[in-house]
Write a protein that binds this ligand. Structure first.
Ligand code: MN
Length: 287
């Protein structure tokens, strides 16, 4: 099943994508947000299935799609998790998982613009499989990790390389506003095998990254096992599972995204997101 957060001019609602239509689940089953739908999924699932078999509320082309989880509690991302990306970065394949956070305020819609910061030209993109946590959990074994992943979507771990690498901690360069576009919807875990999906990033139609999620160094389940030894994972938390080779920073000379560029990230049957680069503002703002 494909679940989206969408709007038609008013406040965002949740819906199920069926073919080229979207069924309004806020109206039909009363779930007002994706985290609420996720938390109540076991109870709501049968009702959702019944509703989507007989409704087609909106053509998909007539709605605006938002990030499926509008404000995740956590956005966690793993670094150096495809061997070709390690090699192009001149680094060894890590023996331990390397985790960092992206600020939850960096979340962005699947078709919304991403900002070229006023303070840096080194804007780069990383197409990634994103796992959406479905259950509040701690100390989950790898063999049971599948149970706590609600579903998957496409994400772009947009990165500002000079800000990322000028200190040992990457969080600033990974957390600029708009730099975590995700979507276009969540494909639920029961309808996708996450470790055999083609993954590609195109800039202005040119293929920059191309791999398959079978090449993850640490797979999604190993990631859940590791993270949940440290922290409670909660419904709606997002895990960016790493990027493959082909990033702009590893090219010679490096290739940075520029205003006007269109970045398309696509993963197998999960769909695609597409974000245009626009210049960010340096204006002071205090609200
Ligand atoms: Mn990344």
């Amino acid at each position: 099943m494909r679940l989206a957060t969408f709007s038609t001019g008013d406040s965002p609602r949740v819906g199920a994508v069926v073919g080229t239509s979207i069924v309004d689940l806020s109206a039909e089953v009363g779930a007002t947000s994706m985290p609420e739908l996720i938390i109540d999924w076991e109870r709501l699932r049968l009702r959702v299935e019944a509703v989507i078999s007989k409704n087609t509320d909106h053509p998909l082309s007539s709605v605006r799609l938002h990030a499926p989880v509008l404000r995740p509690g956590k956005i966690l991302a793993i670094g150096l998790n495809y061997s070709d990306h390690c090699i192009e970065s001149g680094l060894e394949i890590p023996k331990e998982q390397i985790w960092f956070s992206k600020a939850s305020s960096a979340i962005n819609g699947p078709f919304d613009p991403i900002e070229r910061p006023a303070v840096s030209e080194q804007l780069d993109s990383e197409c990634e499989l994103v796992a959406v946590i479905g259950k509040r959990c701690r100390n989950v074994s790898r063999s049971r990790a599948r149970e706590v992943i609600f579903g998957y979507c496409v994400g772009n771990d947009v990165s500002v390389r000079d800000w990322q690498l000028r200190t040992s901690q990457w969080v600033l360069g990974k957390s600029f506003d708009t730099h975590a576009p995700v979507g276009p919807w969540i494909t639920t875990s029961d309808s996708v095998e996450p470790h055999g999906l083609d993954i590609r990033c195109l800039v202005n139609g040119e293929v920059r990254q191309s791999s398959n999620t079978r090449h993850l160094v640490f797979d999604c389940y190993a990631q859940v096992e590791c993270l949940s030894q440290a922290m409670t994972l909660e419904p709606g938390d997002l895990l960016f599972t790493g990027t493959c080779g082909g990033v702009g920073a590893a090219r010679r000379p490096p290739v940075w995204l520029r205003p006007g560029d269109v970045v398309r990230s696509e993963i197998g049957r999960l769909g695609a997101i597409e974000n245009k680069v626009q210049m960010g503002s340096s204006e002071m703002r205090i609200e």
